[in-house]
Design a protein around this ligand. Structure first.
Ligand code: GDP
Ligand code: MG
Length: 175
């Protein structure tokens, strides 16, 4: 239960990806009001003059077991997929997270459901330990109906705000 100011649009966003890729850190870069006793945080922003409340659901570590529960997925307006550009496995499992989302959330229009891909930790070793190129990531996004793509560093707060603005816009399209 969350108290909403009148005229605000509430969008549920869920964040998926392997353990350790930086999902929680990306959320903590933002100015959130924590919601007591719930598994999500909220962020208020304005898109084209329209007040939006993003309700962003984090996994609290259960992603290791792929057992997130149906309440986690239910009613999502956008799914953020996160991988670590320095860890190939975290990129390779994106397809599984994508498929798992569609299976569990069961959206009415799975072919056009909004996803956003985030390649995190671009700061590590000045980019020298990177194993997934931007080109490779963008090719995967293209194969998924032109999923928007952002490269971020939660540590250095690089590109994180822009990613969340895009996430809000993408989720709005689904309203
Ligand atoms: P989660 O398991 O996906 O929620 O990942 P966390 O947010 O807990 O981050 C896992 C570890 O990676 C932590 O030690 C973070 O401090 C670190 N981390 C997260 N994002 C970045 C980043 O952009 N750059 C660097 N260098 N470390 C990061
Ligand atoms: Mg986490």
């Amino acid at each position: 239960f969350i108290m909403l100011k009148p005229n605000r649009t509430l969008l549920k966003v869920i964040v998926l990806g392997d353990s350790g890729v930086g999902k929680t850190s990306l959320m903590n870069q933002q100015q959130y009001k924590s919601t007591i006793g719930a598994d999500f945080v909220t962020k208020e922003l304005e898109i084209d003059g329209k007040p939006i409340t993003l309700q962003i659901w984090d996994t609290a570590g259960q992603e290791r077991f792929r057992s997130l529960g149906v309440a986690f997925y239910r009613g999502a307006d956008c799914c953020i997929l996160v991988y670590d550009v320095n860890i190939l496995k975290s990129f390779e499992t994106l397809q599984n997270w994508h498929d798992e989302f569609l299976k569990q959330a069961d959206p009415t229009e799975p072919d056009t459901f909004p996803f956003v891909l985030v390649g995190n930790k671009v700061d590590v070793d000045g980019g020298n330990s990177r194993v997934v190129s931007e080109k490779t990531a963008r090719e995967w996004c293209a194969s998924k109906g032109n999923m928007p793509y952002f490269e971020t560093s939660a540590k250095e707060n690089y590109n994180v705000d822009d990613a969340f603005i895009c996430i809000a816009k993408t989720a709005l399209l689904n309203q």
